[in-house]
Ligand binder design. Structure first.
Ligand SMILES: NC(=O)c1ccc[n+]([C@@H]2O[C@H](COP(=O)([O-])OP(=O)(O)OC[C@H]3O[C@@H](n4cnc5c(N)ncnc54)[C@H](O)[C@@H]3O)[C@@H](O)[C@H]2O)c1
Length: 216
């Protein structure tokens, strides 16, 4: 597997399509495991709660088209999606903040399947530094600053909210170019830095709202 390249080829694709594609991929993998050889856009659409036209459009970005009557051949479509999404290349990432959420991410084997390998983690707490979590060594943050030319461009930010801006700044000053930000802080960084904010709680808010507004 290739390492060290941030995948850039998908930037022109609309974000909602990019967000749907991993769901199609997971669905297709399940279908493959069940032994399905072909799957129609209508079926993909029905099982993923998306319009069939939307499915066809989303999948056309991979360069694969379905065949009349039988639909998409499952295996080549899985390959094409994985390639297109960059899940077959491996990017290395550093994790900043090996607390409760950071530890969960360090234990997550799924990230590697999506092309992201956390190679090292950094923290400031002496109770945490020097330890290994999920096979990843936790270093003191000063070691990140001292390490020149580490070549890693992706940083996962899981520090407390009050430390988020300062940590993000330090990451950028030391070569991080893309930040997967799990903190609730909207960090201010130079325009060329890629920031992806992720919150489980945003989805939880939607779930509560839908639950409480559904008819009895
Ligand atoms: N996005 C989500 O869905 C989600 C879910 C849970 C928590 N969070 C957020 O993730 C962050 C971490 O939450 P947690 O529960 O793991 O907190 P935590 O207190 O358990 O862990 C934070 C860790 O960051 C370390 N740290 C502090 N300053 C640092 C710095 N400058 N550099 C490196 N490490 C530093 C601490 O020593 C600690 O080990 C918080 O901002 C929290 O709000 C987000």
């Amino acid at each position: 597997m290739e390492t060290g390249s941030i995948k850039k080829k998908n930037y022109a694709v609309p974000e909602p399509a990019l967000r749907r594609m991993p769901c199609y991929l997971a669905y297709l993998k399940l279908e493959h495991r069940k032994g399905s050889q072909y799957v129609s856009s209508t079926l993909i659409a029905r099982d993923n709660g998306v319009d069939p036209t939307q499915v066809t459009k989303d999948l056309s970005y991979t360069g694969i088209t379905g065949k009349t009557r039988v639909g998409y051949e499952v295996e080549p479509l899985i390959d094409a999606l994985e390639d297109f999404l960059g899940f077959r290349e491996m990017d290395e990432a550093y994790l900043f903040g090996a607390g409760s959420l950071g530890t969960a991410l360090l234990h997550d084997h799924g990230l590697v399947q999506y092309g992201l390998k956390i190679s090292t983690a950094f923290d400031v707490d002496p109770n945490v530094t020097g330890k290994e979590i999920g096979g990843v060594h936790i270093h003191h943050i000063d070691e990140f600053i001292q390490r020149k030319d580490h070549g890693v461009r992706i940083g996962i930010l899981t520090v407390p909210a009050q430390n988020a801006q300062e940590a993000a700044q330090m990451m950028v000053e030391n070569g991080i170019q893309a930040i997967w930000n799990f903190t609730p802080v909207r960090i201010a960084v130079p325009e060329h830095i890629v920031v992806q904010n992720t919150s489980l709680y945003a989805h939880l808010a939607v779930m509560f709202n839908r639950l409480n507004s559904s008819p009895e």
